[in-house]
Design a protein around this ligand. Sequence first.
Ligand SMILES: [Fe+2]
Length: 513
Amino acid sequence: MATSVPIGWRARRSFWSRWQALRFSLNKPQTIGPPKPDGGAIGELPIGRVHRRIPLEQVRGYDRLPKDEARLGMRVITAIGLWLARVVPQMKPGLPEIDEDIAEAVDDAVARYRKGFRAPVLPAELDTGGNQGRPPDLAALAVRGPYSLFLERDPAGTLRWDFHEMGRFEHHPGLCNLGVGVEFTEAGAALQATRIDSEAHGSVGCDDAEWERSVLLAACAATTHLALTRHYLDVHLIGGDHWAVATRNHLPPDHPVYRLLWPHIYNSLYTIHGTLRTQVLPEGDFANVFSFTHDGLIAYLDEMYGRYDVRITDPAADRARRGLDDAGFEQPSHENLLELSEVINAHTRRYLHHYFTSDDALRADDDVAAWMDDLDGLIPNGVGALLGPTLTLDGLARLIGGHLYEGIVIHDLVGTTLWDYVPWADRLPPRLPIDGTRPPVDVYQRMINNNFALQIRRAPLLADYGAVALDPQGAAMFSRFHAECVDLQERYDRAPAGPWRMEPKNLEIGMNG
Ligand SMILES: [Fe+2]
């Protein structure tokens, strides 16, 4: 670390790294058994009405934790962490930039995390051949790894990343505006980034002087959108909260659909209890790591909530939604996501067809009807785009499969996997100062700490969850799902890939710790 960093802040940094490492060591994967009765309805209301300092008006949350998620020990640790954040602030205005040598900056920032976990691995998409500070290959990121989720074809047929909307929300002073869009051109089996439009630099091509700064800006906007919208909002606040609340409120715990969902909704509300406090409060991670002020963050989350499209939870529907069905270029991440989704959807189809003899039998289930009605009202813009015009077993299997896929696959892709991406802040900056400086050490360290916190051990995908089933036939279907995930892993073992590929052995059964 640069020698000009004050000793006092270095001590604070050491303290916070130890705290994160302690939390990591205390957190053990939960054993998921059959659900226990919930004891009463959970309120569904805007988060701002429950948390005065998180004034979200659109994003809905819950009014109380269910008994089985009110884990006193972890709530106390969260409360101690919030108290420590006031006594020992992680941030200090005016600190110097991170080391110019990004490898040094990474080594220094993750030093304490290497022992109990591991150091980040540089993904091939970010490998600039040893050229420090060179911008990343956006075209590689657009088809492989977490950033591939943003590629779409606009109505005129142009392939794009479009983050222009992000420019509308209040930014911290001195930072580049995140309103930016990238145009990609097909070049045989690959893509090429050919034009970037931004408020900061105007419209630039790859031979223009501002190209490299524009690439960094696009990478910054994409990184911000991944963390705030695709991970926290879409996976947790929408997927985690709304599926858990609707299920607990309308399905009895001995209903077969409740049992199908249980390993995946387990602990969803507790996870949100902790993360709202550590990440979304004004002094939380989000407003202190990324470009938006707290007011900007709240307005942005409310806006993105209204734009949610349930088709993003199904890779086949999502590819069609993004106009990529007839693409001639290679989309390795999409193929990977589709393979995982097919195994998950086969499980939900088998299961539902076992417990319901026909679509009519499903529609005659009053609990399912009330549950679906609530879920359709809670999920922004409803669930019809994936479920279909009427309730059918196959439509419901796809919809439930989408929720499982969000927790098992997307949560890893857009959350846990970023441990290997975002430390390379010379290529994927968390925020981009207008004056061209690198991020200050406190912002960078907090981003590392936040990403380390995402690495907590959760219950694995590769396990048999038959213990949650209603009966031996149900248990056999959970076992078969496990076996099919193992089969897919064996296929992947025969052809190793980089960190971009989601593999069952690295995945977890849900988004919750
Ligand atoms: Fe998460």
